[in-house]
Design a protein around this ligand. Sequence first.
Ligand code: NAD
Length: 410
Amino acid sequence: MSADATRIYFDRAANELDLSDAMRRLLLTARREVQVQIPVELDTGEMATFIGYRVQHNNARGPMKGGLRYHPQVDLDEVRGLAALMTWKTAVVNIPYGGAKGGIALDPTKRSTRELERITRRFVDSIHDLFGPDVDIPAPDMGTTAEMMAWIMNQYGKYHGFSPACVTGKPVEYHGIPGREEATGRGVGALTLKILSRRGRQAPGTRIALQGFGNVGTFTARFLHDAECRFVAIGDADGAFHRPDGLDVPQMLKFAQAHSGRLEGYTGGDRMTNEELLAVDCDVLIPAALGGVLTGTNAAAVKAPLIIEAANAPVTPDADAVFDSAGITVLPDILANAGGVTASWFEWVQNRQHYQWGINRVRQELDQILGSAFEQVWQLAQERKVSLRTAAYMLGVGRVGRATVLGGIG
Ligand code: NAD
């Protein structure tokens, strides 16, 4: 997502909220943007230099929070857009955080574990004074794992002492919590069921197309399969599989687990491209991989009447306009995938209290927080006759604006 795309949605909400120009400028400007050089020695003995970014967008409501992404296309503009998205997301679900995002431009599949560890630790060396439990708390995102979060905590501790709350999404055996890994997918699934029920539909038999079979995609598939939804298409970076009668989700999960998370070589469905998956005949389309996959060019081909933005920013503003006029409902990312940051907050709370809740409490509190945010967004959309996206932004931007005024800027 570019910063321009976030800006379009922000402006729409700001107009509805009648925000002053001065407040808009304040809310749109990041508090701090950092770009650092990460020189490391590769396994071959050669030296390579990577570029790392951290954008800390806003802390009016609490410490800044957001993922760390390892992907070749990471750049400052993308990180800036995603950081702002986190500010509105934490505000929509009303957890006491602001927004941030970071990333390193690299392809993690082309780096050894040892190289990734050196790069991650070196990145922490460069920015350890700029983040921390009360300032900015990173978490996993595309291309980063729980293991990398453990390296971050360990490296940060070398400078600041034992501080498990400096990063979330850690392994359960290393200060993480049960329920964090599944939380984004669980939230996507639970909110999909809520919106289906508002539309008078039962889950059993609902036909779903899912793009992305990583952390978010697999847990979404698990949850909705348990609710007896039918997955007619599932895809990952290597392409997609189609079966109108319903793919065998448990079998695909097992296959992916046995093949480093990939579906390449699976034989239980007809092959189709990712582009075909987006246009497949289904009741719900769930993009759970990359941003920007639904554009002004391919939006008109979408047949699903309901899109759940499990990924960050899978729908571009152009596509959003097409869906709006075609009457296609979009559940926006800042609500749909907020389960991850909400469970990250639970992890941070438990780390700070040196206490453990257990999985049932995590699930119960997650469902309650997401359910209540959904009700508020749904009601606001009805009252103001705006899209769910505009309603979600109004709720998020409004809360950040009010906190800014209450805290003052002096
Ligand atoms: P991941 O790295 O675990 O999985 C990404 C999946 O997308 C993989 O299955 C990969 O094969 C697939 N993919 C990559 N390129 C693709 C392409 N060109 N076409 C189709 N599929 C492709 O990442 P994740 O953690 O599941 O995150 C997915 C999305 O959800 C991202 O947009 C991320 O920002 C967002 N998100 C993640 C979390 C979280 O807790 N993990 C929380 C909020 C939002």
